[in-house]
Write a protein that binds this ligand. Structure first.
Ligand code: C5P
Length: 300
């Protein structure tokens, strides 16, 4: 174990789903999905310090629970159980990734906690164990163990790393309302129940993964798609308004992030992203960010 009085600090990066195909409902109520997920430079900062007996979470956002409803707490609990280590630490979450946005903030924090505790205790969990523990915490957590660009299957636990993509400049708008992931999936089921299901031989994820493998970078923004978007737009038409405004401002593509409510636009340069961000700030909180690669941490 590291020196008892050292602390460990790590960034926990947000994600966007460049595609999200929801293929059907599994027996356990979860959905079978395919997605190309991508980490971005927007991040929380996690500090873990050795402490008294128990798991203590301190969070910069008072709206976020600090008990077992917090995915970082659950990650610490699962780590201790799997590694046979008594819980004796404090976890400080400095939040910058907005909540209920579809950016995976809670899941990324959880993955970071697993990785950090594994480092802190001299790697008691092998990589494959870390992956399976992460899947028990939440559907998006396994992706964040590696991050970068990946094709996802199952309910989120099947990960295939894709080649790194070049840096894309993004503007993310988080409207004033949030969307619960469970609500978004339920609404999609209701819509499909009344005949809006669309079965595809080739999914958006298949097409985008192929584009990434061939390196057709101009085409990438034209292939983004999200099945959870329409149900959310029906309830919150403002999401469509934000997408259209981004396209008017020169975005090469615009899409709702994961289960929403945030929307991302892909811009040609950092300058274009910054100038669009001023116009977009009327819709909510605005973030100028970019895609990152798994080992970009140092310069982001
Ligand atoms: O796994 P996680 O707790 O992050 O999922 C939150 C909610 O999203 C689930 O309760 C479920 O309603 C929905 N979900 C789903 N299928 C997935 C992932 C999430 O139905 N593959």
């Amino acid at each position: 174990m590291m020196d008892r009085y050292t602390e460990i600090i790590q960034n926990a990066y947000a994600k966007i789903n460049l595609t999200l195909d929801i293929l059907g409902v599994k027996a356990d109520g979860y959905h079978e999905l395919q997605s190309v997920m991508q980490t971005i430079s927007l991040h929380d900062i996690i500090t873990i310090k050795p402490g008294n007996q128990g798991i203590y979470i301190v969070c910069s956002d008072p709206a976020i629970p600090v008990d077992s409803r917090n995915l970082a707490y659950r990650a610490a609990e699962h780590f201790c159980f799997a590694a046979g280590i008594p819980p004796e630490f404090e976890i400080i979450l400095e939040k910058y990734i907005p909540n209920q946005a579809g950016l995976g903030g809670g899941s990324s924090d959880a993955a970071a906690v697993l990785i950090m505790l594994n480092k802190m205790y001299d790697e008691p969990l092998a990589q494959n164990v870390l992956n399976s523990v992460s899947a028990r915490i939440g559907s998006d957590v396994p992706f964040f163990i590696r991050g970068g660009t990946a094709s996802i299957g199952g309910r989120g636990e099947c990960i295939e790393a894709l080649p790194d993509i070049p840096r894309y400049h993004l503007v993310i708008v988080k409207p004033r309302f949030g969307i619960s992931t469970a609500w978004a999936y339920k609404r999609l089921d209701e819509m499909r129940g009344i005949g809006i299901a669309e079965m595809r031989a080739v999914t958006h994820t298949d097409r985008l993964a192929e584009c990434i493998k061939t390196g057709d970078w101009d085409q990438l923004p034209c292939l983004i798609a999200n099945d959870l978007e329409q149900p959310s737009i029906d309830r919150h038409p403002e999401i469509d308004g934000i997408k259209n405004r981004m396209l008017q401002l020169g975005a090469k593509g615009a899409l709702m992030c994961g289960s929403g409510s945030a929307v991302f636009g892909i811009f040609g340069s950092n300058e274009e992203a910054v100038s669009a961000s001023f116009e977009l700030s009327v819709y909510g909180d605005v973030y100028v960010t970019q895609t990152i690669r798994p080992n970009d941490e140092a310069d982001s």
